[in-house]
Write a protein that binds this ligand. Structure first.
Ligand code: HEM
Length: 284
């Protein structure tokens, strides 16, 4: 937490009066805005590796998305604590907020949607083996959405903090696990085998959970189901827009992260998050 000299409403009124309505122009040190936002550090992070003008928007868009991954992670950890406390109203509010964050994150794809293969080729070699696939925070976000995979932690084994956090996240409940545990405590028939499953294993859709969601939709917790559906849809949107950016800027060439590229991404796109929330709709 940053230490900041606090002002009361009374202080602000006195300042505005002393300034005759104009903003404060004189500060003894750096501005409080710079101190709070960390602008000095933030704007030194745009270190491009080529002089190609198209690289800067690529880097800044990637950094913006990385910040959003971090924001989603911390918000969903909060939502999990609220669900653990059986405070569904607070959890719904938090998750609903993250639907908005996700919309803003997805809107950022517009900043890359102009990138042609020739423009991308001009700086692509200089990125070496770097790929968004190696984002530890993205991996954490996927784990929280329920897409667990021990193998995908391996790229981070030389980064002790990221590795430790991902191992912990692999073995902890996902947001979906927390929701199902909450529903069970609220009296919905979530099968015991699902509640006691190996949390590190890939989630397998379950007919009992599907039936429980159909029941949830008929009761007061329907807004929780709809908010999670909104979230799942935003995540699908992120994946779809990413695939479109890949198709536009590099076609079906192999990825810099070592995968086959488009076909690998299209395969992982087929995995739904919160799967029974989609299939339960057929039962309703
Ligand atoms: C035109 C721009 C982009 C292209 C051509 C591209 C290409 C690719 C490719 C080919 C992969 C598959 C792994 C590999 O590299 O072999 C991948 C994965 C990934 N990329 Fe991008 N990417 C682009 C923009 C971005 C941006 C802006 C982000 C934001 C951080 C990002 C995040 C990711 C993530 C998180 C994965 C892993 C997805 C998963 O595990 O399912 N990509 N990208």
């Amino acid at each position: 937490m940053t230490a900041i000299r606090q002002l009361t409403e009374q202080d602000r009124r006195a300042r505005a009066e002393a300034n005759e309505g104009l903003p404060t122009l004189a500060f003894d040190a750096t501005t409080p805005y710079d101190d709070y936002v960390g602008t000095d550090v933030l704007h030194r992070l745009q270190r491009t590796v080529t002089d190609v003008p198209e690289e800067l928007p690529f880097l800044v868009t990637t950094q913006v998305m990385e910040l959003y991954f971090g924001l989603l992670r911390s918000e969903w950890l909060l939502a999990q604590r609220q669900l653990d406390d059986d405070d569904d109203a607070a959890a719904i509010q938090t998750i609903r907020r993250t639907v908005r964050h996700f919309q803003a994150l997805n809107a950022a794809w517009a900043s890359l949607s102009w990138l042609t293969p020739a423009q991308f080729n001009a700086f692509r070699d200089a990125l070496g083996e770097g790929s968004g696939f190696q984002s530890a925070l993205y991996r954490h976000v996927e784990f929280l959405l329920g897409n667990k995979s021990e193998a995908l932690i391996r790229p981070h084994r030389r980064n002790p903090r990221a590795h430790r956090e991902l191992v912990a996240a692999l073995h902890r409940p996902s947001l979906y696990d927390s929701v199902l545990a909450f529903l069970a405590r609220a009296g919905y028939p979530i099968p015991r085998a699902v509640l006691e499953r190996d949390l590190a294993a890939e989630y397998e859709p379950d007919a009992g959970v599907e039936a429980a969601w159909a029941e949830v939709y008929a009761g007061p917790l329907a807004p929780l189901a709809e908010t999670l559906t909104d979230l799942a849809e935003q995540f699908s949107d992120w994946r779809y827009r990413h695939v479109m950016a890949v198709r536009r800027s590099m076609g079906a060439k192999p990825g810099s992260g070592g995968s086959s590229g488009l076909s690998w991404l299209e395969r992982s796109m087929r995995r739904d998050v919160f799967p029974e929330l989609w299939t339960a709709r057929t039962l309703i």
